[in-house]
Ligand binder design. Structure first.
Ligand code: GDP
Ligand code: MN
Length: 381
């Protein structure tokens, strides 16, 4: 789950990181009021869950409250990378001397957190990594320890931060690492962290990505979820406890188990097909969950065939079949469906499905080939 900039920065502030004064507005007149409170010179910042807003005109400087109102009107009429802007953050404008990058991320390969810094802030770190990789400093951290002063000094020195700012930099880096650890984040990022023209460090932008699997530990963070920003299918999937990721292909997949779902996608690709989604119905899924899953897959207009691959252990094949049938009762569909059900109660499952037009398969390879063939046949017709 991604947090909005204003949410990330509020969280940062709780950890002692200095942020500009500011508030969120949902209308232009509200934006004007906030700008007046802040003295007129403000930045108007679109709150959408993508980076690079600055380059697309989603972050603009206003010289007075009237201009802030105008810009808020403009920005709230925009779509940024396909996302409509519903809120703007009005922040007191800063006078920037230098822009720095500072972030903490999971380093999967090293199996520990990594603090990343660069003197080239303000641009996306991926771009810095591509064009000037030597400008990126990395420091691996122990997740059981707090950030030590010498560690932050090493980073400060590496990015050539003026010495008189090292103490303040330590507080910020320390706070950022605490924020990252305490929220079970995958990413906590300040870009840019600026030095203002009066020589202070200030976090102008904030980004946090939280681990969905740890959110149950953080009710107060779960509440920050912005339902407007999610794909409706993904929201519905989460309601039913399904792991669903939409992809670009045309073969819908319904599988129990994340590993098996990955393999299923691989095998579809092996036979020349393209999966339309990743979907793990989880262990022991009942008919209701299966039916919800099938409805989600069917709501994707790109789907030309559906492959159901169930390896029944805790999950019972007859339950899966019941779920499939109940979804099909509700929404008629002539999309070809291929089922490969093996394991617990597979006989029962097959008997139930025999009543529908389901194509059955004896192995995953067989199922994938049949799905690919069904798509080709559909294209030819
Ligand atoms: P992003 O493009 O989505 O990462 O949005 P940012 O919040 O990082 O803003 C983009 C850029 O706008 C920053 O790198 C700054 O150069 C500029 N910017 C943001 N806030 C201010 C501000 O208060 N004053 C000035 N002068 N520039 C700002
Ligand atoms: Mn930024």
């Amino acid at each position: 789950m991604k947090l909005h900039e204003y949410q990330s920065k509020r969280l940062f502030a709780k950890y002692g990181i200095p942020i500009p004064r500011g508030r969120v507005a949902a209308t232009a007149s509200e934006a004007k009021l906030i700008a007046e409170e802040l003295g007129g010179r403000v930045v108007v910042k679109s709150q959408v869950l993508v980076g690079g807003r600055g380059k697309t005109g989603g972050v603009r400087l206003a010289h007075d409250a009237e201009e802030a109102e105008d810009l808020a009107t403009q920005i709230m009429g925009m779509k940024i990378k396909g996302l409509p802007v519903r809120k703007v953050l009005i922040d007191e404008a800063a006078n920037i001397r230098t822009e720095i990058y500072l972030g903490v991320a999971n380093d999967r390969r090293a199996r520990c957190p990594v603090m990343i810094a660069s003197a080239e802030g303000g641009i996306e770190i991926e771009e810095v990594a591509r064009t000037m990789p030597e400008k990126i400093i990395r420091l691996h951290l122990d997740p059981t320890q707090k950030l030590r002063r010498y560690q932050s000094f090493y980073i400060a020195q590496s990015i050539e931060l003026p010495r008189d700012l090292w103490r303040d930099f330590y507080k910020i880096a320390y706070g950022l690492y605490e924020a990252y650890l305490n929220t079970d984040a995958n990413l906590a990022e300040i870009n840019p962290l600026v030095i203002t023209d009066d020589g202070r460090l200030l976090a102008l932008d904030g980004k946090m990505v939280l681990d969905d699997n740890a959110l149950f530990l953080h009710a107060e963070l779960e509440e920050m979820r912005d339902l407007d920003e999610e794909a409706p299918e993904e929201r519905r999937a989460r309601m039913y406890g399904l792991s669903y990721v939409k992809l670009d292909g045309n073969i819908g997949c319904m599988v129990n188990g994340a590993g098996l779902a990955m393999v299923t996608m691989d095998v579809i690709k092996l036979f020349g097909g393209e999966p339309a989604n990743f979907l793990d119905i989880g262990g022991g899924a009942g008919a209701e969950k299966v039916s919800a899953a099938l409805r989600i897959i069917l709501s994707d207009p790109n789907v030309k065939a559906i492959l159901i691959n169930v390896f029944g252990g805790i999950t019972r094949c007859d339950e899966v079949a019941r779920g499939v049938l109940s979804a099909l009762e509700e929404m008629e569909s002539n999309i070809p469906m291929i089922a490969r059900l093996v394991g617990t109660n597979e006989e029962g499952g097959r008997r139930l499905l025999a009543k529908s037009n389901m194509i059955t398969a004896i192995s995953l390879a067989d199922a994938a080939q049949k799905a690919v063939a069904a798509v080709k046949k559909g294209d030819a017709e």
